[in-house]
Design a protein around this ligand. Sequence first.
Ligand code: ACO
Length: 325
Amino acid sequence: MNSPIVCSRITGTGSYLPGNPVSNNDLVARGIDTSDSWIVERTGIRYRHLASEQTSASDLALEASLRAIQAAGRVPADIDLIIVATSTPDFVFPSSAALLQNKLGIKNGAAAFDVQAVCSGFVYGLTIADKFIRSGSHRCALVVGAEVFSRILDWNDRGTCVLFGDGAGAVVLEASSDPGILATAVHADGSYSEILSVPGQVSGGRVIGSPFLQMDGQAVFKFAVKILAEVAHEVLHASGMNVTQIDWLIPHQANIRILQATAKKLGVPLEKAIITVERHGNTSAASIPLALDDAVRGGRVKRGDTLLLEGIGGGFTWGATLLRF
Ligand code: ACO
């Protein structure tokens, strides 16, 4: 008798945004040479959340994870794999995933590691967890995107500091006989590394290079729109589906104009795109699970819906996940 094919399925979502929303006008009041109209017109961003100095990525991850675990009807001890996607980890090491495991009180030896793929980190993490579960080695994964991007922003660079925020989103992904995740694709091209980077390192007790995010915004924009459409078609093709079968497009929340251009290039009506960037800015690896959780708790995404998640980040890295929720 053939053993049943093991698939992976999201059983719970959660998210967390620290503190009060900080408006564009709040940034102006803090002395940044910008305006609400410039930011809204170019990016669609109205608010972001900024973590306190004492709050780390694993703290944000903890709050989002507890909500996802509760939504899945699980307890932390059920988790046997923890993947945290972050570019702003608590420390050089140990990983934020290991710190999260401890904060969750998990004592069962669950595997825990971070994934560094910047804004595509959550899609990378989901892809890895799906493969672990399909292999049969693990059954109940916690996949988190958690960022304190405010730590790597140069508040004197108005071209970048207005774009980003802090937050976390999480999902519980479990072994299931029904899909679940239908197709995944992840890619990278390191020849674009200078377009979007934090080109610094800790060495000999000092930061060598720059500890701040730098970006060629227009180059990111062009590459993002092209590659997000391509990778969407790749996962649709892999699962024998077409674009009209997508109920919800949940892209990385970088910028409203990238979201609009990507939906248009793909032929997905904007009403089918989950857009939350207005309320939390670009939270890098956290943005996709934040948007997913918002849509689930808001009653838009329902069980059985077909979702296309897609992200692009520094590296460049990019990827997509097609799934039945
Ligand atoms: N407020 C007011 N004026 C500003 C600001 C600001 N915050 N930032 C830049 N400007 C000014 C510039 O100084 C410049 O002025 P000048 O014409 O007098 O020299 C003018 O606005 C235009 O600057 P550009 O950098 O050319 O602005 P652009 O139209 O390219 O918009 C933006 C910048 C919004 C970043 C755009 O390039 C973009 O949407 N890029 C996509 C990249 C993105 O969203 N990245 C997010 C991270 S990447 C990721 O998540 C994958």
